[in-house]
Design a binder for this molecule. Structure first.
Ligand code: GTP
Ligand code: MG
Length: 314
C-alpha cells in the first residue's frame, strides 16, 4: 500500500498510476481525497485551465486531442478531463478516451481521464474541479476540461476554467438559435468545428449577428475560429485565440478577479456538498428512509422532515 506521502510525491512527478489512484479517490469523495488535495493545493495554480464545451458529437474529444498534440509540440504537458454528466455509462467519452489513448500512448506528457460517475451526494462539478486541481498540481502546463454543453452542470463545470471555448458545428440541428442561452454566454471563444462540411459560413454569420447585439462587461470581443479537429486545421488559431483572452484579462488586471469569482462558486459547491454529507451522515440512511416513508404516506410534511434532518445535524 502506498503511503500518502509517497502518493503525493508520485503525483507531483505526474506518474499516471498515482494520478489514476488519486482520481478514483476524488470520484468516491472519500476523506483521503480531501487530505491529499489539501496538501496538493499549494502546488496548484500554475496551469492554464481551458474549458471545452459543445453539443454531443461536436468533436470536443477530437479537438482536445488535437490541442494536446499542438501543446506537446510546443513542449507543454497536458491533462485532459472529459466529463459526461448526461450518460452514467458514458460510452462516448470512454470510447473517445480509448482512441486518444492510442495516439498519446506512451507519452507521459499527456494524461487523459473521463469522468461520468456522480457520487451519491457529491456533485460532478466539484469532482471535476478537484481533478483539474490535481492535474495542475501534478505539473501539467495546460488542463483541458471537456464537457457536453447541455445544462447547468456543464456551466458549473466550465466555471473553473480560465477560458471557455464553446464548439458549434454546421448542420446537426444545433443552429445558433437553438443553443441554450446559458451556454452561449459562457463562451470566451467560439469554435465552429467540422468546418470541412457545408454550412460553416452560415453558422459564422449567425454567430456574428448574435455577438454584434450584446457587449461583454469585460470588454472582450469574442473571436470565432473555424476548425477541422480531425486534421488540425484552425487548431493553432483556436489556441491562440484562447490564450489571447487570458492575456487580455491579465493585461487589464482582471484575471485575479475572474479567478476569485470562480472560486466563490467552488466554495459554495464545496459547502453545499459538505453540509449535505454531514446532514445525511448524522441522520443515517434508516432514519432518512423512515422520514421519506412518512412523507410518502402523508403522515408528515416534507418541510418538517427536513427540519428534523437539520436538527439531527446539530
Ligand atoms: N468531418 C469532420 N468530422 C469530425 C471533425 N471533428 C470531429 N469529427 C468526428 O465527429 C465524431 C465525434 O467526435 P468526438 O470528438 O467524439 O465528439 P465529442 O464532442 O467529443 O462527442 P461526445 O463526447 O460524445 O459528446 C467523430 O467521428 C469525429 O471523427 C471535423 O472537424 N470534421
Ligand atoms: Mg467526447
Amino acid at each position: 500500500v502506498t503511503q500518502p506521502d509517497n502518493l503525493l510525491e508520485a503525483i507531483r512527478r505526474g506518474e499516471p498510476r498515482a494520478l489514476a489512484r488519486a482520481i478514483t479517490r476524488i470520484e468516491n469523495r472519500d476523506d483521503s481525497a480531501e487530505a491529499l488535495l489539501r496538501q496538493l493545493f499549494p502546488y496548484s495554480g500554475r496551469a492554464t485551465l481551458l474549458g471545452l464545451t459543445g453539443a454531443p458529437g461536436a468533436g470536443k474529444s477530437t479537438l482536445a486531442d488535437s490541442l494536446a498534440a499542438l501543446l506537446r509540440s510546443r513542449g507543454q504537458s497536458v491533462g485532459i478531463v472529459a466529463v459526461d454528466p448526461t450518460s452514467p455509462f458514458s460510452g462516448g467519452a470512454i470510447l473517445g478516451d480509448r482512441i486518444r489513448m492510442q495516439r498519446h500512448h506512451a507519452d507521459d506528457g499527456v494524461f487523459i481521464r473521463s469522468m461520468a460517475t456522480r457520487g451519491a451526494l457529491g456533485g460532478l462539478a466539484t469532482a471535476a474541479a478537484d481533478v483539474a486541481l490535481l492535474l495542475d498540481a501534478a505539473g501539467k502546463d495546460t488542463v483541458l476540461v471537456e464537457t457536453v454543453g447541455v445544462g447547468q452542470d456543464e456551466v458549473d463545470i466550465v466555471r473553473l476554467a480560465d477560458v471557455t471555448v464553446v464548439m458549434l458545428v454546421p448542420g446537426m440541428g444545433d443552429d445558433v438559435q437553438t443553443i441554450k442561452a446559458g451556454i452561449m454566454e459562457i463562451a470566451d471563444v467560439f469554435a465552429i468545428n467540422k468546418a470541412d462540411r457545408s454550412g460553416a459560413d452560415r453558422v459564422e454569420q449567425e454567430l456574428r449577428a448574435m455577438l454584434s447585439i450584446g457587449h461583454r462587461p469585460d470588454g472582450w470581443s469574442v473571436p470565432i475560429v473555424k476548425t477541422v479537429a480531425t486534421d488540425g486545421t484552425g487548431v493553432p488559431e483556436l489556441l491562440d485565440a484562447a490564450l489571447s483572452y487570458i492575456a487580455f484579462l491579465r493585461d487589464r488586471g482582471l484575471l485575479a478577479s475572474k479567478k476569485a469569482v470562480n472560486w466563490r462558486q467552488r466554495l459554495l459547491d464545496l459547502l453545499r456538498e459538505r453540509l449535505l454529507m454531514r446532514a445525511v451522515n448524522a441522520t443515517g440512511e434508516d432514519r432518512l428512509a423512515d422520514l421519506a416513508g412518512r412523507v410518502a404516506r402523508r403522515e408528515m410534511d416534507p418541510y418538517s422532515a427536513v427540519d428534523a434532518i437539520m436538527q439531527a445535524q446539530l
